[in-house]
Design a protein around this ligand. Sequence first.
Ligand SMILES: [Fe+2]
Ligand SMILES: [Fe+2]
Length: 303
Amino acid sequence: MSVRQRTPPHSSQIDEPQVTSNVRVLQISDTHLGAAKRQFLANWAPLADWIARQDADVTIHTGDLTVDGADVDDDMRLCGELLRSLPGTVLAVPGNHDVGEAHHERQPVDATRLDRWRRNIGPDWWLHDVGQWRLIGIDSMLFGSDTDDERRQFEWLQLAHASADGRRIAWFTHRPLFLDAPDEPDTGYWSVKPAHRAPLLDLVRSHDVAIVASGHLHRWHDATFDGCRYVWAPSSGFLVGPENQPDMPGEKWLGAVIYDFDDRSVSVRFGEVPGLATLWIDDVLADVYPHAVRREVPASQQR
Ligand SMILES: [Fe+2]
Ligand SMILES: [Fe+2]
């Protein structure tokens, strides 16, 4: 881990130079890359080129790394190789297409799927301290799964906050806690259910959690509630049209997010990635996710 030291301007005029550390973290998300289903693979090269030019200390992928790693070994293997080709420290949390989701009829999150992620990618929850910040990766696919992993993760999460030792905290996870407001009702597929959201919001409010960064929605958004900034990373793979996603906040842009962490503050901005092709899932949904096409209730009505 390299931590760049930046000296304030006119430091020669200061008796004891105040050196602040700055750590650059990139968030990328929802690449949906596959070995057999290669519809979005062409958008990896411009993303990797962009990452290489950012001189970042850490790159975090917030899930849906694979197009169908929840069932396909080759997808997970390919994506493990691609992540390992990136410079610097690379961390990731899984999305629903990587490990399945709680009590899903076809792809429930289970030990086999979690094991495939962990063998090829790494831990699905983790913490990483940089300067005066604690970055915490959370596996949101475990919420509501009623598994030992769900219980173990939450106990670990409480410890990770209790032991922060004055560090500010930034979360990285796949599914956003909410869409419009922390107290909203269930939004179905799109965000964490209220019963599982509540203990997470208790953690946010009782500790110095400054950032909750997520993916899943394929939209860029940055909103602050009760002093915490909720950042939605855009996908670098594809956009979702109105037939397959209800109206919600945020911009339908492809790209990434750039975080510059100083001692006690952080700047957050959209990262424009040159060369990304504007792909829409709607054009290839039947080939990529045929089960989604056969849903009786359209995704646009599932809020
Ligand atoms: Fe996604
Ligand atoms: Fe997702």
